[in-house]
Ligand binder design. Sequence first.
Ligand SMILES: NC(=O)c1ccc[n+]([C@@H]2O[C@H](COP(=O)([O-])OP(=O)(O)OC[C@H]3O[C@@H](n4cnc5c(N)ncnc54)[C@H](OP(=O)(O)O)[C@@H]3O)[C@@H](O)[C@H]2O)c1
Length: 257
Amino acid sequence: MTTQTLQGRIALVTGGTTGIGFGSAKRLIEHGATVYITGRRQEVLDAAVAKLGKGAHGIQADASVKADMQRVAGAIKAAHGKLDILFANAGGGHATPLEELTEAQIDSELSINIKGVVLTMQTMLDVLRNGASVVLNASITADMGLSGFAVYAATKAAVRSLARSWTTDLKHRDIRVNTISPGVVPTEGYGKEQKMTDQQVADYVDRVSTEIPAGRVGSAQDIGDALVFLASDASAYIRGVDLVVDGGMTRVYAGKN
Ligand SMILES: NC(=O)c1ccc[n+]([C@@H]2O[C@H](COP(=O)([O-])OP(=O)(O)OC[C@H]3O[C@@H](n4cnc5c(N)ncnc54)[C@H](OP(=O)(O)O)[C@@H]3O)[C@@H](O)[C@H]2O)c1
């Protein structure tokens, strides 16, 4: 069921062309928001905007490039004069044994997952209205030890930390900052970033589903629903928290006693 709780709200979802970002943008639109999405690949961006339909706008931009994000802020300001909801979602990484980790991979994961989130927040400050809701996309890996994901997990722990610091920094403007930590959400990224084949993804989903109390992996819409809550006035008293959306995977033992 959808309501129009976000009617009249202007939202930005970075990395909104596929996966969690796309599903979240779809949910925001279903709840009445006007949504700007970004991504680096123009043709993927155009296809996503067309699929999202009315209420969607696309701006090609790399979240880790300040000039790109300044251009995004300028376009939203010119069109609407304000931004009500910011979902800093663009990010990624993949598993690599410690011995094989290259400088390029370390730089790339730090750049998109930390620098990109900082630049997104900084460049949007001028257009974000007082009382706006900011949500950063973290990950359950932030408090797990997951083989090969050390750098990625550390960047996501940093994202959670940024949300707490910015909650203090932006207190005078009543801007709320929270994080969402998705669990296992099979997306295009599993093929593109993790280099998994469709069969490998299917086998992984089968295996991991039995370990998740909800009995299934998550969907981009599950994350979108959590985002709608954190973006709406229903969460007005919630600040600086991490909302784990993982079907209970990291908090509950799903096996037999
Ligand atoms: N899927 C999961 O299981 C899972 C779990 C926990 C957390 N997360 C987090 O969720 C977020 C989205 O992941 P996903 O699984 O939905 O990945 P995805 O399907 O690969 O989507 C990533 C999106 O971000 C865009 N993007 C990547 N780098 C960018 C950059 N530098 N600037 C702007 N856009 C960029 C991509 O488009 P372009 O490539 O065209 O730029 C695409 O739109 C990430 O932060 C990820 O760490 C995912």
